[in-house]
Design a protein around this ligand. Structure first.
Ligand code: FAD
Length: 512
């Protein structure tokens, strides 16, 4: 759906009288900025940007959008870098920037360890507030932009690395403005009472769990969310192992699995390759010489590893405890476990703190937001960055076959294989970074083709992605079975019959 000019003008005039002059912007500069992203498919220019400051204003905007048949695209803090940033699903949609004005921390409950936030509360803002209150609670952060938000990230099924890594899983209780302008409260919040006690503490309340409907979809605008926090442990000790060969991934995955199945290690394992870590520290040393046409050479990778004291694969995890000394036996057990084959080089916590790319991992395990990993955006000039997010079962042989497959496809397209496998007990999400020069047409095309080829090849092996850049939503929806597509479309018809909320996001449209 694209807004007709007359409908759009009437909508914007009405929105302006509702939100005030500052609440609506369609200046050239704003439209350009909100359209920008880092993906190969190009920027996506919106028709306007609006800034509500309350749930009531969101309701009013949604009703107006229905009246004038104008498509809205909600973002919270709009830092979805590598997945679309603030770009809408299609040009001509009106971006609803919730984060600008709805950025209040509504509650922090220190006894039950949860927070309630509006869409604009960033990781940095929550961290600063928790520190101000005495640092008793720890939030689970991403290793991405500190200005990203807890609510938007949870809705996109984002994740961190600590025990509360699953950001949707550790959210509890939402307030959602539906496409008809009504307010839905999920979980215990659905109780018809002015005083709801367990909205943000009881996740599985009466009836169906509706919260999941609002993740990676276009069924509503979430205006409030409860998020669980971890009591901050007195001490955190990380451990790291460097491996020299690409095919060591098989051994690593098989070693991580039992430590997660038993939950002996409370964090996820970050299993990052050389370029994922060294790529945060500067531009590829070979990019200019090859004009971006070739992947970095084996010698180039070896030199980078030597410079930073890293391996072809690097494993990081952490323990939490009352004191560093109390965790010595756990660290010793992990060292013995990874030391069995003699292939791993142990890097202790103190040494890792001085290696910038490993310090990023320590911060992530410690609930401290940081900019370090954003260095990956500068590995190649031109700022192109797209994430490909398939996964593998935690079977070393299978994980390594995926590694060989995807590495080969990167090289075929002259790109640099840059991956972190985030390992839990049974499954590892493979965070594949496609870094490319967005100013170079040929490189852009290769990045797009590389993504498609990997997505097709892994799907042929039965693997789906867990999250996708906005350019590829339709492509991935087309990979789903027809009943899944039909169910998504049917729900869209039921909840948003005029299709005014982010039409096409995650490939979801109503039946016509
Ligand atoms: C170097 C680097 C490292 C990264 N590391 C991580 C990582 O460790 N973990 C991770 O998860 N991601 C990571 N990312 C990806 C991304 O940058 C973060 O996930 C970021 O937090 C997402 O942006 P946001 O929080 O501002 O969400 P937003 O951009 O606000 O929201 C994401 C999407 O959700 C939808 N949405 C948002 N708010 C609402 C709402 N209120 N109602 C309905 N729909 C809504 C919108 O479609 C929006 O586009 C990384 C990116 C980079 C470049």
């Amino acid at each position: 759906m694209d807004a007709r000019t007359s409908d759009l003008n009437a909508f914007l005039a009405a929105a302006r009288s509702l939100l005030g002059e500052d609440g609506v912007n369609h200046s050239e500069e704003t439209l350009r900025r909100y359209g920008e992203n880092t993906l190969p498919g190009g920027d996506v220019r919106p028709a306007a940007v609006i800034y509500p400051d309350s749930t009531a204003q969101v309701q009013a905007i949604v009703r107006l959008a229905n009246e004038h048949r104008v498509p809205l695209y909600p973002v919270s803090t709009g830092n979805n870098i590598g997945l679309g940033s603030r770009s809408a699903s299609a040009p001509g949609q009106v971006v609803v920037d919730l984060g600008r004005r709805m950025n209040r921390i509504l509650e922090i409950n220190e006894t039950l360890a949860y927070a309630v936030v509006e869409p604009g509360v960033t990781y940095q803002a929550m961290y600063d507030e928790l520190v101000r209150r005495g640092n008793k609670l720890m939030l689970d952060v991403t290793s991405g932009p500190p200005q990203g938000g807890m609510l938007g990230n949870a809705l996109d099924k984002g994740a961190g690395y600590g025990p509360y890594f699953d950001h949707f899983g550790f959210s509890c209780g939402m307030e959602v403005v539906l496409a008809n302008g009504e307010i839905l409260r999920t979980g215990d919040g659905a109780l018809d009472s002015p005083d709801v006690s367990n909205w943000h503490t009881s996740k599985y309340s009466f009836g169906p769990i509706l919260d999941g409907l609002f993740t990676q979809s276009n069924y509503g605008i979430v205006t409030r969310m409860g998020i669980w926090l971890l009591p901050r442990p007195p001490a955190i000790r990380s451990f790291h192992f460097a491996y020299d060969d690409d095919d060591d991934l098989a051994e690593i995955v098989d070693l991580c699995r039992p430590l997660k199945l038993s939950n002996f290690v409370p964090t996820l394992f970050r299993v990052a390759n050389d370029l994922y870590l060294c790529g945060t520290e500067g531009e590829s040393p070979e990019y200019r010489a090859s004009g971006g046409k070739r992947s970095i050479s084996a010698e180039g990778r070896r030199a980078l590893r030597a410079k930073h004291g890293l391996g072809a694969w690097n494993v990081s995890g952490a323990f939490y405890g009352p004191s560093p000394a109390a965790m010595d036996p756990m660290i010793e057990r992990v060292r013995a476990h990874f030391g069995q084959s003699g292939r791993a080089r142990y890097i202790p916590h103190e040494e890792a703190q001085a290696i910038a790319p490993l310090a990023i991992a320590i911060n992530a395990f410690s609930g401290v937001p940081g900019h370090g990993e954003l260095g990956l955006l500068k590995w190649r000039p031109g700022g192109g960055n797209s994430w490909f997010l398939p996964g593998t079962p935690m079977i070393g042989k299978v994980a390594n076959e995926f590694q060989q497959l995807c590495r080969g496809i990167y090289e075929e397209h002259g790109l640099d294989y840059t991956v972190m496998n985030v390992c839990s007990a049974r499954f590892a999400r493979g965070l594949h970074v496609l870094g490319f020069n967005r100013e170079d047409e040929d490189e852009r095309r290769r990045a797009e083709a590389c993504y498609r080829k990997m997505a097709e090849e892994v799907a042929r092996r039965g693997v789906y992605v867990g999250r996708a850049p906005v350019d590829f939503h339709e492509f991935h929806m087309a990979q789903a079975i027809a009943p899944f597509r039909d169910a998504c479309a049917g729900i869209k018809n039921a909840l948003d019959p005029n299709g005014i909320l982010a039409p096409g996001r995650y490939g979801i449209h109503g039946h016509s």
